[in-house]
Ligand binder design. Structure first.
Ligand code: PLP
Length: 460
């Protein structure tokens, strides 16, 4: 969708520089007074999103990507994905409004929430969003009444028992109950046009996709027997967002492609989609958070001393964001965020046992423990990578900032690739067959550049 994103929407990073330089400019350039005001902000590399998209197209050429808006609804992300031509998967009226506001047509929106509020179903009907998901007869009855021209996608349960974040505990109908629902739909003259599933996030076994694709084939056959013309298969999300994931995206893709060839071969007339969240945005966002308070606690360990002869201690640092906000992945995904220090400590600096805490006054708001850090100070910045998924808009309601400022950036090469909608030949792939960076990545330079690195446009 050309024209969604313009150069005014982000900082252009010129060749030879990186978003790390931008982050350093923003943190080192922050005065004490500003640190007191702004205790956390994101730098978002939109080039990383573009690169993910090209990798997706290359690895899963038969799958049409939709973006799960709830994962990160920031304007820069929505605009770049709209510009790349993605569809959008919305969970409620607010998300539909948001993407329609940037010009996404209703035909590119799926209202993919099996539990919908009636007012939101009516909004979808009024604004032309026709593809909705369901997994029970009550939901079907609501849609029959409020959106009779809707086309429904049946959401089936998966065995996500090994996934870190499980969806089928709440969503999805078992294979056993599918026929009944398809019959109900037929009786009520509701068109069921497809099947969706979600294998959960952080799934350690790519074969879970293959099993669900096989299940979907069975449901397609049931549907056909009952006279439904089913032509959409939605593979859901759960594709990893970080490079070092246990199961690589390329590995999952190869399992998915084989299963599609077996159960939904090319030319079978089925439109295959996926609704990805974390895959697109996790690695694009870097968070800088400053230390707002600190406390030293002496450890009562007789006979043990620090190298400098003082009593052993542990240092508790408090940040303005915690588990109940931006760092919710500690709670939900069992992650262990590790900070990067903007200034590399010298080898002579002693390290202290340290922990990081969020702003909520309870003993659970712990972000990370067991760290060995040099002595840090109130106002110092800590940097966390891979912070793009389920973080934006999650600023701690309990004592933290509610929204965090975002500075978007993109390398010129990514911007040109985006405008041409093609991966430049020399960037295509490395020896291992994985896509090489188009992002203004951290890998380009480690040195701090305070010169005229960035063209002036910036949205903060
Ligand atoms: N589709 C649905 C229905 C979801 O509920 C979610 C996330 O919860 C997604 C897609 C995106 O999942 P992920 O971020 O793991 O790609």
């Amino acid at each position: 969708m050309a024209g969604c994103l313009s150069e005014a929407d982000f900082v252009m990073v010129e060749e030879g520089f990186s978003t790390r330089d931008l982050l350093e400019q923003l943190t080192l350039g922050t005065s004490q007074a500003t640190t007191e005001e702004v205790a956390a902000f994101f730098v978002a590399d939109l080039g990383a999103v573009v690169r993910k998209h090209f990798c997706f197209l290359k690895c899963l050429p038969r799958v049409r990507p939709f973006y799960a808006v709830k994962c990160n609804n920031s304007p820069g992300v929505l605009k770049v994905l709209a510009e790349l031509g993605l569809g959008f998967s919305c969970a409620n009226k607010a998300e539909m409004e948001l993407v329609q506001h940037i010009g996404v047509p209703a035909s590119k929106i799926i209202y993919a929430n099996p539990c919908k509020q009636i007012a939101h179903i009516k909004y979808a009907a009024k604004h032309g969003v026709r593809l909705l998901s369901f997994d029970n007869e009550m939901e079907l009855a609501k849609v029959v009444k409020s959106h009779p021209s809707a086309k429904m996608v049946l959401c089936i349960a998966t065995d996500d028992s090994h996934s870190r974040s499980r969806l089928s505990l709440k969503f999805g109908v078992s294979l056993k109950s599918c026929r009944q629902l398809l019959e109900d739909a037929k009786r009520n003259h509701v068109e069921v046009v497809g099947v969706s599933f979600h294998i959960g996030s952080g799934c350690p076994d790519p074969q879970a996709y293959a099993r669900s694709i096989a299940d979907a084939r069975l449901v397609f056959e049931m549907g056909a027997e009952l006279g439904h013309r089913m032509h959409i298969l939605d593979l859901g999300g759960g594709f990893p967002g970080v490079e070092g994931a246990k199961v690589r995206f390329e590995e999952i893709s190869s399992v998915v492609n084989s299963a599609l060839d077996l159960y939904f071969p090319e030319g079978c007339g089925v439109d295959i989609l996926a609704k990805l969240g974390r895959y697109y945005v996790t690695s694009a966002f870097t968070l800088a958070v400053s230390i707002i308070a600190k406390k030293e606690v002496l450890l009562e360990q007789p006979g043990r001393e620090e190298e400098n002869g003082s009593a052993p201690k542990t240092i508790l640092y408090q940040l303005s964001e915690g588990e109940y906000g931006i760092f919710n992945s500690v709670l939900f995904d069992n992650t262990c965020p590790t900070p990067i220090l903007p200034k590399k400590p010298s080898t002579e600096q002693p390290l202290y046992s340290s922990s990081l805490w969020g702003p909520v006054i309870d003993g659970c708001d712990c972000i990370a423990e067991g760290l060995w850090l040099p002595q840090l100070h109130v106002g110092d910045w800590l940097v966390f990578e891979n912070m793009g998924a389920y973080t934006v808009g999650m600023g701690s309601l309990l004592g933290g900032a509610q929204t965090c400022r975002i500075t978007y950036a993109m390398s010129r090469v990514a911007w040109e690739a985006l405008r041409g909608q093609l991966l430049p030949a020399e960037q295509d792939e490395d020896a291992e067959g994985t896509c090489r960076p188009l992002s203004c990545g951290w890998e380009i330079t480690d040195t701090l550049c305070m010169g005229p690195v960035f063209t002036p446009a910036s949205i903060m």
